[in-house]
Design a protein around this ligand. Structure first.
Ligand SMILES: [Zn+2]
Ligand SMILES: [Zn+2]
Length: 286
């Protein structure tokens, strides 16, 4: 990794990914293998910086949310294809259930049976269906296809979203249930290190926006008689907030207590015990 042009932001994310993975591996030895696998994937996303050329200045002081449809994010296809190849190789090397699908996808791109751009279109427009050359293979898993294509584009999505968000006012976005940038539902909620203010984190573009402390992001319920939270012993600085009105839950990280660097996609995986517990109790996530 000598001559790669890493922006300062990329470098800080790479550090966060490593620190977060190290802390999770130490705290949760039973997740070690899975954390190591995802750490490789997430690190590969920040090894180079996508070139986002679209002018998003039309969103200056924009108040009509969401700003864009997920299909309209500007993607640096050269960067995304490079990341795609790296992710496929990581999945193949893992020797796990993702190997076959990743191998099939990589081969189809290398042989030019299908263009990478088409895979992205298929992912973004779900109604298109997978190409015949994938469908005829029994072991091909559509969910692995989604995982690989999404994670290949993610650096471009995150960067586009950061650019769009830079034109928005924080207070205009406050209290939105869905992501003000792309309209996707939140994957996580975070209480800030400074004063415990609550933000939601988008499950698609990872944008963060402020919200009320006691409100269900999914149905807007703010009656504290039907809202609650669930803790797990030895899980410090994290809980699951649930709503009895819509039966949904969201995991909340309290950065004042969490105790280590956060890379949200990794934290989502490391907090799986909460998903098991909440799903057992009949709640679902986004
Ligand atoms: Zn979003
Ligand atoms: Zn609710």
């Amino acid at each position: 990794m000598t001559k790669l042009e890493l922006t300062q932001w990329n470098r800080s994310v790479l550090t966060k990914i490593s620190n977060s993975a190290n802390a999770l591996e130490k705290d949760k030895p039973f997740f070690k293998e899975i954390i190591l696998f995802y750490k490789k994937i997430f690190l590969s996303q920040y090894e180079s910086d996508p070139d986002i050329v679209k002018d998003y200045s039309c969103f200056t002081n924009h108040k009509d949310f969401p700003c864009i449809n997920i299909k309209d994010f500007d993607i640096d296809f050269t960067n995304a294809e490079k990341t795609f190849k790296n992710i496929c190789k990581i999945c193949i090397d893992s020797g796990k259930e993702m190997s076959f699908t990743a191998g099939t996808m990589l081969e189809s791109i290398d042989k030019k049976d299908v263009l990478f751009k088409i895979l992205v279109e298929i992912y973004l427009q779900k109604d298109h269906g997978l190409p015949e050359l994938f469908l005829k293979k029994k072991e091909f898993k559509p969910e692995v296809f989604d995982f690989i294509v999404y994670n290949s584009m993610k650096p471009s999505i995150v960067k586009s979203s950061r650019i769009i968000a830079s034109y928005l006012n924080k207070q205009d976005q406050a209290g939105q249930g869905a992501c003000p940038v792309c309209g996707s539902l939140p994957a996580l909620s975070v209480l800030s290190e400074e004063n415990g203010a609550r933000s939601l984190v988008c499950s698609f573009c990872w944008h963060e926006w402020e919200t009320a402390r006691i409100t269900c992001p999914f149905c807007g319920n703010h009656n504290n008689k039907t809202l609650g939270y669930c803790l797990i012993e030895n899980e410090k600085g994290i809980r699951a907030d649930y709503c009895d009105k819509c039966k949904k839950y969201i995991k909340t990280i309290d950065l004042r207590e969490y105790g280590h660097d956060c890379h949200y996609p990794l934290e989502l995986l490391g907090s799986m015990p909460f998903d098991m517990k909440m799903q057992e109790k009949g709640y679902s996530s986004e």
